[in-house]
Design a protein around this ligand. Sequence first.
Ligand code: IMP
Length: 179
Amino acid sequence: MSTIQVLDRQFEVYLDTATIQSRIREMADQISSDYAGTRPLFLSILNGAFLFTADLIRSLSIDPEISFIKLASYQGMRSTGTITTAIGLEVDLTGRDVILLEDIVDTGNTLAKFIPHLLQQQPRSVRIATLLHKAEATQHPLTLDYVGFVIPNKFVVGYGLDYDGWGRQYDAIYQLASK
Ligand code: IMP
């Protein structure tokens, strides 16, 4: 499908499934080599990162621990800038090597607000792996250690990403069509 309709908007395919999968395998190889001999804790940020997490994890050649957390800062097509929920963080992070898994870093507000909370638990290290990065939109000096694709500042859906709860199920990523 090259074009999809989600709610009131038309979207065009931007990254097809083969492109996404091959980049995720490269990211997994890089992470496996950087963390060889260790057992990092992957903290996957729900809801958007669930497919990215599932595919990345299955391509790793190290033995990971995985946990899921929820931090919501988005409504419709606009980031609200405030984290309304931070639930599910039950693992003790003290001394752990943590890798945060994000579907997309847009303004960077979510991670900029969450990372200080995480650091209070004194993990040994914290790195960020994000499938997508809207580099032009990011307003915080975040170090993104593993980035799948740098994308333009346009709204995207599919492969876990939603528009008001719709469109997460596609195995490709679609960009808002310019009418
Ligand atoms: P940030 O806090 O602005 O960096 O936004 C992070 C979160 O906003 C992501 O984890 C997504 O859930 C959501 N988000 C940002 N851009 C998009 C988009 O283009 N499509 C769907 N969700 C997005």
